[in-house]
Design a protein around this ligand. Structure first.
Ligand SMILES: Cc1cc2nc3c(=O)[nH]c(=O)nc-3n(C[C@H](O)[C@H](O)[C@H](O)COP(=O)(O)OP(=O)(O)OC[C@H]3O[C@@H](n4cnc5c(N)ncnc54)[C@H](O)[C@@H]3O)c2cc1C
Length: 496
């Protein structure tokens, strides 16, 4: 009996100093028992390794509950037409577009809500929707529908002023995204708190994607996969060509301060306080500060934190979150202590995630360049229009502005080709959003929210087309994707 006990014991906890009572969990015929045994030390028994030389007397045995007993969990498996990884700007729109084009779609998002930068960082801007000079709308389709549902435009609008509209609640956007995703019924399944974490490839295809959530590791087989993680996670793990341009743009934690009294001196004095804090060694670097009153007249939304690092390195990302939080509080306290208008203010919230501007980018079938953007190169397979300025943040303090003086070329609206979303080497993978295929300079313009959404719509539509015609996204003709988008009121609006 004792030998049998020890062959099947799943855990042994023993007070080795006193050699008295030993607690064992025992799995006998699929039932767990908690046993307490009295241990009698025999002669010549020097330590616990000499197990054979001790004798146990059973004191008590109590069965553990059924819930504890049934610990073996089968891995959950999903089979879908289209898998979208990342429910941010590009991902929400990709999932909706795939579903509206009749593909059974699964959306994975590591946060407990979708929206990406808008909800994980709290950014209310719909940049890239309209060209700067005239305010002409250059992105329609689902991104326009989102702005419309947020009450910031009207159905027949052709222009928007300002060209970079803000929504009045990022929390409301969370709910809108939920409602829109849910409105597709069983056609879209959303798994929140689910992080894609591993990929298998076979015969030039992504054959499986693994993700981690409260079910443990789950396994997904999809006919077409869209990487909207912002960081090109799926592309990197599928070992398709990608790049990272050093130095990467810095990360920024946004935060909000309540009960601020606006006054003409506020921004100047706030800037002086940050210069002082940096000189005193309390702040490694900052930009701006951008102090924006877009949510309420006494609520300041702050763009100022700047942290260097590589967000695809888990240790670096953790360090950046800690640094970002610390810097946000240094700024808040500096202002509260010395800047008129902040005397009675309080820290509302930050994040919840630090904002990541740049990490990996796909090196796809076509790499969009700054020359393409500046010369307004026309592409037959254009699927979206970009129009934002080349918005590159440096890794040092820039007082009063986000960029170094003289940088930040403002292009006229330009084409983004389908091939800039298509991976090389694997046939069923598209990458949309800020990690699509472009040079670092080009991506500093294409990365903005609405342009990312427009790419998402193209990717979701293309993936569904590939499923329908039983082919792969790599084999599709981008001209056909453009035609389908146009038929659905989306696609490029580069020419006025
Ligand atoms: C601080 C900051 C300020 C910015 N300011 C502006 C601005 O003023 N105006 C503007 O238009 N743009 C701005 N941008 C740029 C823009 O917001 C982003 O580039 C844009 O959000 C890109 O969209 P995306 O879908 O590629 O990425 P995101 O919106 O970041 O979405 C990526 C999503 O994928 C999820 N995810 C990541 N990895 C995984 C994984 N492995 N598994 C599952 N889910 C995953 C994330 O949680 C996230 O929801 C700013 C960016 C930053 C960082």
């Amino acid at each position: 009996m004792q030998r049998e006990l020890f062959r099947t014991a799943s855990s042994v906890v023993m007070d080795t100093k006193r050699w008295r009572n030993c607690h064992i969990q025992l799995d006998l015929q699929s039932r767990l028992y908690a046993l307490t045994l009295h241990c009698i030390r025999l002669q010549n028994c020097a330590n616990w390794d000499s197990l054979a030389t001790v004798r146990f007397v059973l004191i008590s045995a109590s069965p553990l509950s059924e819930r504890v007993c049934s610990m073996s969990i089968e891995r959950k498996k999903y089979q879908v037409d289209v898998l979208v990884c990342g429910g941010g700007c590009a991902g929400i729109v990709a999932a909706i577009a795939a579903s509206r084009n009749n593909a059974k779609t699964l959306l994975l998002e590591r946060a407990g809500f979708s929206g990406g930068i808008i909800t994980t960082v709290g950014l209310p801007y719909f940049d890239g929707i309209a060209e700067k000079k005239t305010g002409r709308i250059v992105v329609r389709g689902i991104p326009f529908e989102l702005l419309l549902k947020m009450g910031r435009t009207s159905p027949n609008a052709t222009h928007i002023k300002p060209h970079n509209p803000t929504i009045n609640s990022t929390e409301r956007f969370k709910v809108l995204a939920d409602q829109l995703l849910e409105s597709h019924g069983e056609q879209i399944q959303v798994l929140y708190h689910t992080t894609a974490c591993e990929v298998r490839t076979k015969n030039s295809r992504v054959s499986k994607v693994f993700a981690a959530n409260k079910d443990g590791l789950i396994e997904i087989e999809a006919k077409q996969v869209i990487d909207c993680t912002g960081d090109g996670d799926i592309a990197a793990w599928a070992e398709v060509p990608i790049e990272k341009t050093e130095p990467l743009m810095p990360m920024t934690l946004h935060f909000r301060i309540g009960n601020v009294r606006q006054n003409p001196e506020l921004r100047t004095k706030a800037r002086e306080a940050l210069v002082h804090a940096e000189k005193a060694g309390k702040l490694p670097m900052f930009y701006g500060p951008g102090i924006i009153f877009c949510f309420a007249k006494d609520e300041a939304y702050i763009h100022a934190v700047r942290v260097s690092g590589d967000a695809t390195n888990a240790e670096d990302l953790s360090r950046a979150e800690v640094q970002g939080r610390s810097d946000a509080w240094t700024m808040f306290e500096a202002w509260k202590n010395s800047v008129p208008g902040f005397e009675d203010s309080y820290f509302i919230s930050c994040g919840p995630y630090i904002g990541i501007r740049e990490t990996r980018r796909l090196v796809g079938q076509y790499v969009l360049t700054e020359q393409d953007i500046k010369s307004r190169k026309s592409f037959d397979d254009a699927i979206a229009t970009g129009c934002w300025y080349m918005d590159r943040h440096p890794n040092h303090t820039t007082i009063g502005t986000a960029n170094d003086a003289g940088t930040g070329y403002q292009p006229a609206p330009y084409d983004i080709p389908y091939r800039a979303l298509v991976a090389r080497k694997v046939d069923n993978l598209l990458v949309a959003g800020r990690c699509h295929s472009a040079t670092a300079a080009a991506a500093s313009s294409t990365r903005v929210t609405v342009t990312a959404m427009a790419m998402g719509q193209a990717a979701g539509t293309a993936a569904a087309m590939a499923v329908k015609s039983n082919t792969s996204v790599a084999a599709l003709d981008g001209v056909d994707v453009r035609e389908q988008l146009t038929a659905q009121g989306a696609g490029p609006f580069t020419q006025g």
